[in-house]
Design a binder for this molecule. Structure first.
Ligand code: ZN
Length: 292
């Protein structure tokens, strides 16, 4: 059985085919330009295979509400050519197979839950801290989407006493993404994160914001595991700082798992989004298969 998977990003699309258990067999990268240019290349790649389902993890915001007339659309994205683009509709026109449609962060979180560092748990909070910040929550095999998909990167955070950076979120200035994304680190310190490894203050401030976010997710969702990915979390020294700040800020208010177990790096690295697309497409296929 061959399944298709698409991970859309601001600069590139990754398209792949693989098996329903998440094994990637062939992969191609396509530049993200406009739907008119990018989508024909997606169709061309998929047409070589006899696919049974396709999974999409898309940049957002997207409409994931199956009752909505705009289900399957990319909605108010700042990537203007993709605004109000009917992504699922465009796929369905060319490929008559079940399509799983979710955000890039949901797809990656789902893969970590099934096959990565949250494998074997009942509930996982996945957070990616890169150029931007996004999160997903999966419990008992279901991704949390209520009125719409969560936007966990835009939590409001308490400011670090030594931090006078104004923040860079266009909507909230000093929300979590505005203060702790890779872009925020670069703008605050004048260098990219990986060039600031030896500057302890950078990571103390960064860990302070990330720990606050993890406390908020912990208090609202009580996950069994938290998995942290994205470019910023490649700085391995930050994990012990985040765990330390988390313990200090939470106090002894509630019981959480052992922090080494509870707060972990990703297990699947850059492939999580694509693997998640395969897994979600396979699940969509099973749902749509009627047994007589
Ligand atoms: Zn914001």
């Amino acid at each position: 059985m061959l399944i298709g998977s698409i991970e859309t990003g601001g600069t590139k699309f990754v398209v792949a085919v693989g098996s329903g258990n998440g094994e990637v067999k062939q992969k191609l990268t396509i530049p993200t330009t406009t739907p008119e240019e990018t989508m024909p290349l997606v169709h061309q790649f998929f047409r070589q295979f006899n696919l049974e389902a396709i999974g999409v993890g898309s940049f957002g915001p997207i409409d994931v509400n199956q009752q909505s007339p705009l289900y399957g659309y990319i909605t108010s994205t700042p990537k203007l050519p993709w605004q109000n683009f009917n992504f699922v509709g465009a796929l369905k026109e060319k490929h008559e197979v079940p399509i799983a449609w979710t955000t890039d962060v949901n797809a990656a979180g789902f893969a970590e839950y099934k096959l990565g560092n949250a494998k074997g748990t009942e509930s996982c909070l996945y957070l990616t801290i890169g150029t931007g910040i996004g999160g997903s929550f999966i419990q008992n095999g279901e991704i949390l989407n209520a009125y719409s998909h969560p936007e966990m990167g835009h939590l409001l955070v308490r400011r670090h006493l030594d931090d006078d950076f104004e923040g860079l979120c266009p909507n909230h200035n000093d929300c979590l993404e505005g203060m702790a994304s890779g872009l925020a680190v670069e703008k605050r310190w004048g260098k990219k994160g990986f060039k600031l490894i030896d500057n302890e203050k950078v990571w103390e401030i960064e860990a302070f914001y990330i720990a606050q976010a993890l406390i908020n997710y912990t208090l609202t969702l009580r996950p069994e595991r938290i998995v942290l990915g994205g470019g910023i979390m490649k700085q391995k020294q930050i994990f012990s700082l985040v765990r330390g700040q988390f313990k200090e800020l939470l106090g002894n208010y509630i019981e959480v798992p052992n922090l080494e177990q509870y707060i972990q790096p990703v297990g699947l690295h850059n492939e999580a989004g694509i693997i998640g697309g395969l897994l979600l497409a396979e699940r969509e296929l099973m749902k749509s298969t009627v047994i007589y």
